[in-house]
Design a binder for this molecule. Structure first.
Ligand code: BMA
Length: 375
């Protein structure tokens, strides 16, 4: 090879290295140093195990509310989850509490508490329908188009994003550093139950909304402590998953939500479906250099006492995902209505959950604290 050819070859090698190093940074090129560390450490941790998460874990559990330090997961295992999910629905309309009655001030404190012990924070937003003022679950034709630039509700939507930005920028650690958050806007966007999802808009409209939201938070509001998750519901094929994907330059984490329905899907069906979707997700995340995650999952009421090891762990253990977030333990609501996705002390699957906790494949708070995810 001539000296000239050699230097050209070297140039290409270094360009290639620079490009792959770039891929190892969050999509926000101005992400704070702690956010960059979280991103690279989440990738590193993929080879160590799956972090267990729980929505509203520190706020309440089955039969209790706002008891400092308490957590249903801790009651059962002696340890906290590694990932903490929180919800900002109704912050956009200046309510002091979210749609599940959790005060935003308390959420802020819980986030700080979990971050200080090295936990990971993820936030969802069931924002109201900006066109009609109704809830997230009440779609109306033209809603997504109405919030895009040029639409009649674009200014209103921007004012809602101002409140999200203010909240994100109010999350601070001991030294005043911003606490990194995995934000998963427009979750379950392939289903039609939310105004932003499925048949309620075109794939192009929701892609535009995703990009607009991210650009506005990042460039107008200077929010640089977010990793962005693209988050579908269960899906059939790779094409389904990617139909509403806004593009690699907008997404850090690729995930989906999946629930096992009582009496609808039996264990075998659920395992097969979870296995198939995780296989597709693994491949997509690898190709695109994204972090795969199970952004929400659950089996309400946990009627199967060995579900954690014989169904969930059995399926998860052959896949690589950063974390799995169980939904909230809002408890028993009378008339046979209940909602809980992790066991409370004495619940039928509690012993099995301890086995799940002890399994080498799962990571809870104590293990991730040692990893110093923000350094
Ligand atoms: C749903 C349920 C509801 C809750 C909503 C938003 O899955 O848990 O009770 O209001 O999520 O958190």
């Amino acid at each position: 090879m001539s000296a000239y050819k050699q230097s050209i070859a070297l140039l290409f090698v270094s360009l290639g290295l620079a490009a792959s190093a770039q891929n190892d940074l969050p999509v926000d090129k101005k992400a704070t140093i702690e956010t960059i560390h979280l991103f690279t450490n989440l990738k590193k941790l993929l080879s160590k195990g799956i972090m267990m998460g729980h929505q509203d874990d520190l706020a309440y559990g089955v039969g209790w509310k706002y008891i400092p330090g308490r957590s249903d997961i801790k009651d059962v295992t002696g340890d906290y989850p590694a990932v903490y999910g929180w919800e900002l629905g109704r912050i956009e309309i200046d309510h002091p509490v979210n749609l599940d009655s959790v005060p935003f001030d308390k959420i802020r404190q819980f986030i700080r508490e979990a971050y200080m012990r090295g936990g990971v924070i993820t936030i969802s937003w069931h924002l109201n329908n900006p066109l009609t003022g109704q809830t997230a679950w009440q779609p109306a034709p033209g809603t997504v188009a109405s919030v895009l630039p040029g639409g009649e509700k674009n200014d209103l939507y921007k004012s809602w994003l101002d409140k999200i930005a203010a909240f994100m920028l109010s999350l601070k650690g001991k030294k005043g550093e911003l606490i990194p958050v995995i934000f998963r806007p427009f979750h379950e966007l392939n289903g039609s139950w939310f105004w932003w999802g499925g048949k309620n808009c075109t794939p192009d409209e929701i892609k535009q909304l995703y990009r607009f939201t991210e650009t506005y938070l990042r460039d107008e509001k200077n929010v640089h402590n977010l990793l962005y998750a693209y988050n579908t519901d269960r899906f059939a094929t790779r094409e389904d998953y990617l139909e509403r994907y806004p593009g690699d330059e907008w997404v850090d984490i690729a995930g989906f939500d999946i629930y096992q329905g009582n009496n609808i899907k039996k264990n075998e069906d659920f395992m097969q479906e979870l296995d198939k979707t995780l296989t597709t997700l693994d491949a997509i995340a690898k190709e695109r250099n994204k972090i795969p995650a199970l952004t929400e999952f659950g089996y309400n009421g946990l009627p199967d006492s060995s579900w954690w090891t014989s169904v969930l762990l059995k399926t998860l253990s052959s896949h690589t995902i950063a974390y799995a977030l169980a939904w909230r333990n809002s408890g028993f609501h009378g008339e046979g209505r209940y909602e809980f996705y992790v066991p409370y002390k004495g619940q039928g699957s509690a012993n099995d959950f301890v086995k799940f906790y002890e399994a080498p494949e799962t990571l809870f708070q104590k293990e991730v604290t040692k990893e110093n995810l923000y350094q």
